[in-house]
Design a protein around this ligand. Structure first.
Ligand code: ARG
Ligand code: GLU
Length: 715
């Protein structure tokens, strides 16, 4: 009886219904039965096939960190507004502010090429575990193993790419218990087709971010261009719209609570199999430090962005990025505390050990393993703190980053002076192009510098500081403002005029600039962390990965009747679940969808984050919802479902049982942000933009209904 109970609790811990991010090529073996039981109508081969067209041909990595889906056979690709954000910002100026006003191409030649934007498709996935570990010797140390594996991976990737138009990458799964190869195709001529104004795409802005209920139309649309042979090409006027093997039909029929949903995309990172020691460090040290530092940086940026449109455009994408994870970590901290995550993990560890108690050597092995975890996290904690104060505090100062890049310029110049091959002239020109500062407002940065150094001086003891920084801080009695005053008035790197003069006579006077205090400080900081902290952090991470590898192996081997999914790692995954409401707290039930009525109500509150362009309110008054209206006469905006998603799933297609698009994934609920560490089906929800609202915006708001002609609409 006791054994049975233990088993029951354990099975509740790994992959409950709705939990899991599954590898598409294993759906047939692992999930299709369960999916069908939950309503899915298609075959596993229609999700992923190497030989035939399948859904995977319509799902792409968008811009490096998001997902996008094809919705026409002319390369039209849909993603989130926040995923297109930096490309739209780059195309915007104070006069032609596409972010603020929105943008819609009314014909092909109005589609705007987005420099540096890529879209990547997966052609094929292959298990290469045996090949990757083939050359490992039993007596290798962890570091030797790691280098050997890295070298093998590199070779395998090169071989895989050889003689083909494709790229390839290999990733570890289950902490290196398995390895998979991904063959990919990258498109580089991507053009903006349309975006709603920021006030609608980002409606609710930071107030509503990570929160349900939600009312923003978080979408933007692009088109993939290819050469005449339908192959990727650099930007060219002669390129033509890409013709994909598959694009998603779009359902106008909506959904009800309980309906099957599937999310197909590229989740970035989860850590579902952490031990209690790791969760303790995460929620009691790592998250709080990062949250505290970001809060300060955000307040400073926000104040300056409010007063000046140039500064706003300069910082807006960065601000959104910093704010996003600031809020996510805050929610995660609360969620983990509230759900007693550390105790829960401890319980699991105990239950796991109990479940193998019949096998003494095994039990001993895993008890030792768990003790090793304990020891290593104790040692790792102070190092982790140092690392976070480097990345989130000192490297949050833009001029430090900027000045440190000059090391390269000095090195190249020295090569040039002795007649060696060098890149000095090109590098100098590239740097000149950054002045006047395109990315940094020196006054804002000076405030950031003062604030960050003040916190740093309070929180980081002298013995753990880079020497030059420590001596400056000591000179100025640990007062960040005085240090910032000293740096920003004596440096050539923090002032447009001085920076320009410096670059104009750089070759002649370089020795002067090498003694610049900000340059000296930035390089001192970088060197210190690169030499003393980062290698140690890497070493610990390697050891932790090795322990995790054993731990996860133990779980998988001993809980035989359970299905395990690998943590997210930026590769293609399928999550399935259902449209569902949830209860955030006692006596409160959150409905599973929102409507435009809610947007208008929020707008009436008069809060800045709920401002919308008047045109939307005029259209609302006319109630002209066309084909996009729900059965009950309402125009829905967003809905929630129990799909297990994470960062990177933004822009992912949300698909119904018949493989038709019903929405675009864009966020998670506040109560569920801890799902990267501790998924709980009771209240972890993904947030989805209803595709009918997207179409309504394109058709009625933007007047770009011509675009609907190339889509397959299912009525
Ligand atoms: N929270 C969503 C995601 O993780 C949306 C982010 C949009 N950015 C923002 N700062 N509002 O990416
Ligand atoms: N907004 C996230 C993204 O950009 C998705 C939300 C999440 O983390 O689940 O990928």
């Amino acid at each position: 009886m006791k054994k049975l109970l233990i088993l029951l609790t354990l099975t509740s811990f790994i992959s409950k219904a709705d939990e899991g991010m599954w590898m598409p090529q294993l759906i047939e073996a692992l999930n299709i039965k369960d999916m069908k039981k939950n309503g899915f109508k298609l075959s596993a081969e229609q999700i992923y096939s190497i030989n035939k067209a399948s859904m995977k041909d319509a799902v792409a990595i968008f811009g490096g960190g998001c997902t996008g889906e094809l919705i026409s056979n002319k390369g039209l690709i849909l993603t989130n507004h926040h995923c297109g954000f930096s490309s739209i910002a780059a195309l915007s100026t104070v006069d032609k502010d596409h972010l603020k006003n929105g943008y819609w191409a009314m014909k092909a030649n109005e589609e705007l090429y987005c420099k540096d934007l890529t879209v990547v498709f997966i052609k094929r996935i292959e298990d290469v575990t045996t090949k990757v570990i083939a050359n490992l010797k039993a007596n290798y140390s962890e570091v030797q193993k790691d280098s050997a594996i890295k070298a093998t991976i590199k070779n395998l990737e090169i071989q895989a790419k050889k003689d083909s138009q494709y790229d390839a990458f290999i990733r570890p799964f289950f902490y290196g218990n398995e390895y998979y190869l991904f063959i990919t195709e990258t498109f580089k001529d991507i053009r903006l087709v349309g975006t709603p104004p920021e006030s609608i795409g980002k409606f609710g802005d930071e107030t509503d971010n990570w929160v349900w209920p939600r009312h923003n139309a978080d979408f933007s649309m692009f088109r993939i261009y290819a050469n005449k042979d339908n192959k990727p090409n650099e930007y060219s006027e002669n390129n033509v719209p890409y013709v994909p093997q598959h694009s998603f039909p779009i359902s106008l029929k909506g959904y009800e609570k309980g309906d099957f949903t599937m999310v197909y995309g590229f989740p970035g990172r989860t850590q579902e199999y952490l031990t209690s020691y790791a969760v303790d460090l995460l929620m009691n040290q790592q998250d709080p430090i990062k949250v505290k530092l970001r809060e300060k940086r955000l307040a400073i940026m926000e104040a300056d962005m409010k007063f000046n449109d140039t500064i706003r455009l300069m910082y807006t994408a960065r601000y959104a990025g910093v704010a996003n994870y600031y809020k996510k970590w805050s929610g995660e901290m609360i969620g983990l505390k509230k759900s007693n995550a550390v105790q829960r993990k401890q319980q699991l560890e105990q239950e796991f050990l109990n479940s193998i108690s019949g096998d003494v050597p095994k039990k001993e092995k895993y008890s030792t393993l768990l003790n090793q975890f304990k020891k290593i996290y104790l040692e790792f904690a102070p190092l982790s703190k140092q690392y976070d104060y480097f990345t989130e505090c000192l490297w949050g100062i833009e001029c430090f980053k900027f000045a440190s890049t000059f090391q390269n310029l000095f090195n190249e110049l020295k090569k040039k002076q002795v007649g060696l091959d060098n890149k000095f002239d090109k590098l100098l020109n590239d740097t000149k192009a950054l002045i006047p500062f395109k990315n940094i407002n020196p006054e804002t940065d000076k405030k950031l510098c003062a604030a960050m150094l003040t916190i740093y001086a309070q929180d980081v003891e002298s013995a753990f500081r880079p020497p030059y920084l420590d001596s400056i801080l000591t000179t100025y009695k640990n007062d960040g403002q005085s240090v910032a005053n000293f740096l920003y008035s004596n440096s050539n790197f923090t002032n447009n005029k001085k920076a320009k003069l410096m670059l104009d006579d750089f070759e002649k006077n370089y020795q002067l600039y090498e003694r610049d205090p900000l340059f000296l400080l930035a390089t001192d900081v970088l060197k210190y962390y690169q030499k003393t902290v980062i290698p140690q952090v890497n070493y610990f991470e390697l050891q932790i990965t090795e322990l995790q590898k054993e731990y996860v192996k133990g779980l998988r081997e001993n809980l035989k009747n359970k299905k395990f999914y690998p943590d997210a790692n930026g590769t293609l995954r399928v999550a399935y679940g259902k449209v569902d409401d949830y209860s955030p707290k006692d006596a409160v039930q959150n409905l599973h969808y929102t409507t435009i009525d809610g947007l208008v109500e929020k707008n009436k509150m008069g809060i800045e984050d709920y401002y919308v362009k008047p045109r939307l309110l005029e259209l609302y008054d006319k109630k002209d919802f066309g084909n996009y209206v729900d059965k009950n006469g309402k125009l829905r905006i967003a809905f929630i479902a129990s799909n297990h998603t994470t960062g990177g799933n933004s822009g992912s297609p949300v698909i119904n049982a018949k493989g038709e698009l019903i929405g675009t994934n864009f966020d998670r609920n506040w109560e569920g942000t801890m799902s990267d560490i501790n998924y709980n089906p009771a209240f972890c929800r993904n947030i989805v933009l209803d595709v009918r609202f997207t179409l309504w915006m394109i058709d009625k708001y933007a007047g770009a209904g011509y675009l609907l002609n190339e889509m397959k609409l299912v009525k």
